[in-house]
Design a protein around this ligand. Sequence first.
Ligand SMILES: Nc1ncnc2c1ncn2[C@@H]1O[C@H](COP(=O)(O)OP(=O)(O)OP(=O)(O)O)[C@@H](O)[C@H]1O
Length: 321
Amino acid sequence: MLKLDGVSKVYRVGAFGGRALTAVSGVGFEVGEGEVVSLIGESGSGKSTIGRMVLRLTRVSGGTITLDGKDISSIRDRKEYYRQVQGVFQDPFSCFNPVFRADRVFAMIKEQYFPGVGAREWRKRVEDALESVRLDPGNVLGKYPHQLSGGQLQRMLIARAVLLDIRLLVADEIISMLDASTRIDVLNLLADLRARGLGILFVTHDLSLGNYVSDRTVVLRDGKIAEMGPTPLVFGDPRHPYTRSLLAAVPRLHTKWTDLPAAEAVDDLPCAYHEAAQESRTRPGLAEVADGHFVACSGGGKAAGAALAKKTLAKKTKETA
Ligand SMILES: Nc1ncnc2c1ncn2[C@@H]1O[C@H](COP(=O)(O)OP(=O)(O)OP(=O)(O)O)[C@@H](O)[C@H]1O
């Protein structure tokens, strides 16, 4: 379904756009039907930029993004694209105009995509979509955004996507503003949609959420892929020191931060990319260390090599003495 191939994004920043900022560099991964792929990384690692490029809100500077093999930038009919691909973002309040009733988002969809559907039929479709996201139509229809909670508004936006019967949802930090119990509701809702065949690109900086929802995980560091693969492998057997350091930084219940072991120094670890056989380097800059589990060079190969050379030299010097 969705495929990113060597995708890069360079922003022009500074006075008169005189400086180039590479936000995303050579990123490639796929999202299949009924698959949840999470895009994980620290703030500024390029996650949202990738989401925005997939949603055609930002132009790609290099590489291609295709949907069913077709370059999305060549799809002239934007409406047709948005019929299949939609985004839901962190702050649901900003997606609603406070002076209009919240269900206006459904009326807009009808005007644009389903002008021929009769009022009664449309009402039924809206109610079905609301029920599918576990909202009571009688409770939310006719209300203004300020009369609804963040979780209800977020679900209304997902209901809008359901009405369009989209194939891919870009969910960018969609639950970071919700409380713990509403979060779980929305996550379980995503699981229902996935079971119906919806592909989801789940953008988050929260590793535990990524682990909870996704089939595959892509770990981004400074706009590049550090590691990606089936979620159980990335979380269960992380091979890039950066992934390990991210995992080590996740707070654990019953463990005080003062009791945590000292973090591994990223550069002192051997590099899984260089340790892998030459023929496993099937994607640019990534080695396949297990089936579908890719890891980038951590630079540790060089550092580990230098450390080894230093050790050997010290041994030789001792022997000579
Ligand atoms: N419109 C823009 N113009 C210039 N630079 C931008 C723009 N949007 C993002 N950036 C820069 O690109 C880099 C990646 O930003 P992006 O928002 O994609 O990261 P992120 O991983 O989603 O971060 P966060 O989790 O904080 O949202 C950052 O250095 C950011 O400052």
